[in-house]
Design a binder for this molecule. Structure first.
Ligand code: RTP
Ligand code: MG
Length: 202
């Protein structure tokens, strides 16, 4: 059984664990991607998922998908013209990826810290226990992606989860998740506010 303990209280409810969250600060959202190099290796995929849990993120949504080259081009538009752009776009379309919406009071910066530096050689030296330091193969195949600002996070979440309404989530789910209790469903790989039965369409 997987345990999730974020606050002062933790109790078992059979297959799931329930914890009480009490934070006055609103949860922030970020988009996290696990890139094809890691999704191709089930043990690495699971290790990255565990890093998300052990760093106390709430997993709001999760999906696996194959991306078309045009989608990658659009997603990485800001890097168009850079020497690594073509390589990056082709790599991201080369196999399945996993996308997450993660919540935490400091989701954007925390996820970037957990990932480690972009360049794998640097990651191995300055943050060997980070995700990229542990699993990154090259500067392109560097295991994960994370949004770099609130504006990027909103745009990237909308690109990967077109049915997700951030506004509705802040109105309906965020207060419940923040005030707890929260459950983690190991089968679905997501957290949800206890008593809600999990997220419906948003
Ligand atoms: P990311 O967007 O992936 O979360 O990482 P980041 O902000 O640290 O990096 P960014 O500059 O946005 O670059 C996006 C992705 O492009 C690839 N890249 N390769 N020197 C290189 O060869 C190089 N520089 C960037 C990486 O895969 C990076 O994650
Ligand atoms: Mg970036």
């Amino acid at each position: 059984m997987r345990m999730y303990n974020r606050g002062s209280e933790l109790r078992s409810t059979g297959r799931e664990m329930t914890s009480i969250l009490r934070s006055p600060q609103a949860l922030q959202l970020t988009l996290a991607l696990i890139k094809p190099d890691a999704v191709a290796h089930p043990l690495i995929l699971e290790a990255v998922h565990q890093q998300i849990l052990s760093n106390k993120f709430l997993i709001v949504r999760m999906r696996e998908l194959l991306w078309r080259k045009e989608d990658c081009q659009k997603f990485y538009q800001e890097h168009e013209g850079r020497f690594f752009y073509q390589r990056l776009v082709e790599f991201m379309a080369s196999g399945p990826i996993r996308a997450y919406i993660l919540a935490h009071k400091d989701a954007i910066q925390l996820w970037r810290t957990v990932m480690g530096p972009t360049r794998v050689f640097r990651a191995r030296h300055v943050a060997p226990d980070s995700i990229r330091g542990s699993f990154g193969l090259t500067d392109t195949r560097n295991t994960t992606h994370g949004s770099d600002s609130v504006v990027s996070a909103s745009r990237e979440i909308a690109a990967f989860f077109p049915d997700f309404s951030e506004q509705r989530w802040y109105e309906e789910e965020e207060p419940q998740l923040r005030c707890g209790p929260v459950r983690y469903n190991p089968e679905g790989g997501i957290h949800f506010a206890a008593g809600t039965g999990g997220p419906g369409p948003t």
